[in-house]
Design a protein around this ligand. Structure first.
Ligand code: SF4
Ligand code: SF4
Ligand code: SF4
Length: 366
């Protein structure tokens, strides 16, 4: 199997979290993984990622710090990682790093903001909306501090940090799309990504009809409204409808990025993209392999083949392939017949042509 030229590391520096969201695999203890990564292991992943990329002529490595809630490791942990990256860059002056963090932002204060600014972090803030829509801190540690998180978002934006909101969309959202849109507008959010909730164990996976309704209604509010916001999933489709083929984010990337994102749980177990909640899917452990070993590993090859086979057999024959481009492998699921399907195809087949039509009409009238 051809090896990717570059890899990105999604590092779960801890699986612990100060919240207890209803749909969370970790908070609901579906897995006994509430653990913390050692400093040496985190450095090992950063070093091996950079070495692999550099050996392929890629100077910049993307490091994505994830959890659980990564900030509970404290700023000293991240300072140590930044110092370590600096050591690598001193040793190899043409290497660089692009650091991202996904956080619930509850622990962010002015020190964290200064830190993220200094090291040019991209920051994703997990927030699902307000009131009933928000699952964060729903059941424990309920400080109802949405105001704090929104003020963190604005402080970061004002400081010039690349920051966006990531919202997990559940059935509740589909019943109150307007509230979700008002949440965006009333809080002055400029950049947001929407991620359909998938959690079959707790029965939280959003249903096809609910997601279709939500996306169609949200699109109308967004496209015909006067408030300017980037909603990643719509921007991707609008660009495709306008004939642009350049992909700006990995969701709906046509599976071109699938297999290049490697997730490491707190114990160093390696997973294909971020399906890091299923022990059956562990490929290997970073303490025992180098990155190049991963691509010959039968479990990696099986995931990659599954991912691309669906694209080559189903997506290439799909009437909306130019708009959807294969969606995201995370949404693939094995159905009763044993076949693999993408659980949200029926959503895309409704929503994406609807977006295309709206774009077409706008073009005709302008
Ligand atoms: S904030 Fe994230 S990691 Fe923490 S409980 Fe909620 S979904 Fe899980
Ligand atoms: S599985 Fe989804 S999130 Fe992961 S690289 Fe592929 S498209 Fe991106
Ligand atoms: S709708 Fe489904 S089959 Fe069609 S391109 Fe998207 S993921 Fe592939």
């Amino acid at each position: 199997m051809a090896r990717p030229i570059r890899v990105a590391a999604i590092i779960k520096v801890t699986e612990n979290c100060n919240y207890n969201c209803d749909f969370c695999f970790y908070a609901k203890k579906h897995y006994d993984w509430k653990k913390t990564m050692t400093i040496d292991m985190c450095k090992d992943i950063i070093r091996k990622t950079s070495d692999y990329n550099y050996a392929n002529g890629v100077k910049k490595s993307n490091i994505i710090f994830h959890g659980g809630e990564p900030l509970i490791r404290g700023v000293d942990f991240f300072q140590e990682m930044m110092d370590f990256e600096q050591e690598i860059m001193t040793e190899y002056p043409d290497r660089t790093f692009d650091n991202t963090i996904q956080t619930n932002a509850s622990l962010v204060d002015s020190n964290w903001i200064a830190f993220f600014k200094k090291y040019n972090f991209n920051v994703g803030i997990s927030l699902d909306g307000d009131g009933e829509l928000n699952y964060h801190y729903a059941t424990e540690n309920d400080e109802n501090n949405i105001e704090h998180i929104i003020s963190v978002y604005h402080s970061m934006d004002d400081a010039g940090i690349n920051v966006g909101i990531l919202s997990v969309i559940t059935e509740k959202h589909s019943k109150d799309t307007e509230r979700f849109y008002d949440f965006i507008v009333n809080n002055g959010i400029k950049k947001i990504a929407i991620l359909p909730c998938i959690n079959d164990i707790s029965n939280y996976t959003i249903k096809v009809q609910a997601l279709s309704n939500f996306m169609t209604e949200l699109f109308d509010l967004y496209f015909y409204g006067t408030y300017r916001v980037t909603i990643r999933e719509f921007t991707n489709v609008i660009e495709r409808a306008l004939g642009y083929t350049q992909v700006r984010s990995c969701a709906n990337c046509g599976r071109m990025s699938c297999g290049t994102f490697l997730t490491y749980d707190s114990q160093g177990n390696i997973f294909f993209c971020d399906k890091a909640y299923d022990k059956e899917r562990i490929i290997a452990n970073i303490s025992q392999v180098n990155i190049e070993d991963i691509f010959d590993n039968p479990k990696y090859c099986k995931e990659r083949s599954q991912c691309m086979n669906f694209y080559n057999t189903t997506c290439l024959n799909c009437p909306i392939k130019n708009l959807c481009n294969g969606s995201c492998y995370r949404n693939d699921v094995i159905i009763a017949s044993g076949e693999i399907t993408n659980r949200f195809c029926d959503v895309y087949k409704i929503v994406y042509p609807y977006i295309e039509e709206a774009v077409k009409k706008l073009k005709e009238n302008s």
